[in-house]
Design a protein around this ligand. Structure first.
Ligand SMILES: *Cc1c(COP(=O)(O)O)cnc(C)c1O
Length: 230
């Protein structure tokens, strides 16, 4: 997408977020937009930053490291790691990422806590829950959630900020609604909004529905930066 198109797309996504929040009787400021820039060049990120966007999400560690280095002059930019995180990438990513959306197993939280000891700040994490029927490669099961939440709470250097989920892909966004609702119910069952303020859920196709179900962070890539091809 050309630079001006990114700006226009951002404006339109922000308007859609505000409209969905209003429909749900929520304060639009209670929903944060995470711009998912995976596979897109650093220039596209810089253009979105120029349009006021500050939070960016990346899946692939090497790509995140490279873009963070290329854009280190953008002082207010916050990188989020989204999706599956390999334990052997933790050391490299901890100093770069502001929030990790994919903490889904005890071994990973233990590795993160150990490595975070050398940082002079707590590391924000979201526990990822898998709510689909099929076997997915990331996310803990609802049954494992209590144990993982307890482990992160008992850690020394991790700050538990909330929960994240990624439903199966549906063409009709209404079909994702039960998954978003379920994540909110799990949040309520594990301490409520005070203990787990962030619900990271909703992507380009279904963020309006996610906002109606309580999302506080929507992760939007395609609707801002265009398609990613194959
Ligand atoms: C790629 C990705 C997104 C963004 O998806 P779009 O459909 O492009 O908005 C959100 N969350 C995760 C975990 C992703 O991997």
């Amino acid at each position: 997408m050309s630079p001006s198109t990114i700006k226009d797309a951002l404006r339109s996504v922000r308007a859609d977020i505000a409209a969905a929040a209003q429909t749900a009787g929520r304060d639009p400021a209670s929903v944060k937009l995470l711009a998912v820039s995976k596979t897109k060049p650093a220039e596209a990120v810089a253009e979105a930053y120029d349009a006021g966007q500050r939070d960016f999400g990346e899946n692939y560690s090497q790509e995140l490291v490279q873009k963070a280095a290329a854009l280190s002059h953008l002082a207010e930019l916050r990188w989020h790691h989204i999706g599956h995180l390999q334990s052997n990438k933790v050391k490299q990513l901890l100093p770069i990422a502001y929030l990790f959306h994919g903490v889904d197993r005890l071994s990973l939280s233990a590795e993160m806590d150990k490595r975070a000891a050398v940082l002079n700040r707590p590391v924000g994490v979201l526990v990822e829950v898998s709510l689909g029927d099929e076997e997915t490669k990331s996310g803990c099961s609802p049954d494992e959630l209590a144990g993982l939440v307890a482990a992160v709470r008992a850690s020394h250097h991790l700050e538990l900020c909330g929960l994240m989920t990624m439903p199966p892909l549906f063409e009709d966004p209404e079909l994702a609604r039960p998954y978003f609702r379920r994540l909110r119910e799990l949040r309520d069952a594990h301490g409520g909004a005070e203990a787990l303020p962030e619900l990271s859920m909703g992507m380009s196709n279904d963020f309006r529905v996610a906002i109606e179900e309580g999302a506080t962070i929507v992760r939007v890539g395609t609707a801002i930066f265009g398609g990613r091809g194959h």
